[in-house]
Design a binder for this molecule. Structure first.
Ligand code: 13P
Length: 253
């Protein structure tokens, strides 16, 4: 039985003051989300402060990105061990914004996945097709290629402590959401790819959906067999909306 996970990806948003209010709001209202794993992923400069505010709660802390490197002359990078040291349990890896805006290839994403795992940081490995790819019926091929890139490097056991997030690029920040059926089809495809390598790991891995998830559409998505929660962008910046999504996850757990 997989536990649902609802993770807030704050992206490049927030300030000390707004973070404090957002985290306080989430902690205040979380009683409705019993049995759900909840996580926030603030910009990395705020991680220690948010970690302190979360201390004693069950809310987990994730980073939005991690370096593939361990240490050395890599200006601007943040290593996986550093993220662990300040309290992160997870890191988002290979978000489509990193892939498209910062040129992260499948190979770079695989290296980051391995760098995270090497220190026990759980990768939240993001995959998804563009609108053009969906319209040309290439969705499943794109997903297969993106998963294979990591599977080749990390092996099936690499997915024993990992989370996958399916985020159709056309649904991110657009207000367009994959229908529950569209998302389920891709989630089942992802699980089949992992199952071909290891049935048990495939059955246990959390596969999140991301792309314009809100309180109003979360329950129908999370009710699908292979959707184990959400990676939430815009709606994670509003405590009430984020809590509504967490409550939807609790209902469908
Ligand atoms: P939105 O929820 O704003 O569409 O963003 C989704 C996302 O990219 C989460 O990582």
């Amino acid at each position: 039985m997989r536990t649902k996970l609802v993770a807030g990806n704050w992206k490049l948003n927030g300030s000390r003051e707004s973070n404090r209010a957002l985290v306080a709001g989430i902690l205040d209202g979380l009683s409705d989300a019993a049995g759900v794993e909840v996580m926030v992923c603030p910009p990395c400069v705020y991680l220690p402060e948010v970690a302190a505010q979360l201390s004693g709660s069950s809310v987990k802390l994730g980073a939005q990105n991690v370096s593939a490197e361990v240490a050395g002359a890599f200006t601007g990078e943040v290593a996986a061990a550093m993220l662990r040291e300040v309290g992160c349990t997870h890191s988002i890896i290979g978000h489509s914004e990193r892939r498209t805006l910062y040129g992260e290839t499948d190979m770079v994403v695989a290296a980051k996945f391995e760098a995270a795992r090497a220190v026990g940081l759980i990768p939240v490995f993001c995959i998804g097709e563009t609108r053009d790819e969906r319209e040309s019926d290439a969705t499943m091929d794109v997903i297969s290629r993106q998963v294979a890139a990591v599977l080749d490097v990390a092996g099936p056991s690499g997915f024993a402590e990992a989370v996958i997030a399916y985020e159709p690029v056309w649904a991110i920040g657009t207000g367009l959401t994959a229908s529950p059926e569209q998302a389920q089809q891709v989630h089942a495809h992802i699980r089949r790819i992992i199952a071909a390598a290891d049935v048990k790991i495939a059955a246990d891995i959390q596969i999140l959906y991301g792309g314009s998830v809100k309180g109003a559409n979360a329950a129908e998505l999370f009710a699908m067999e292979d959707i184990d929660g959400g990676l939430i962008g815009g709606a994670s910046l509003d405590a009430a909306e984020f809590l509504a999504i967490c409550a939807a996850a609790a209902q469908t757990n």
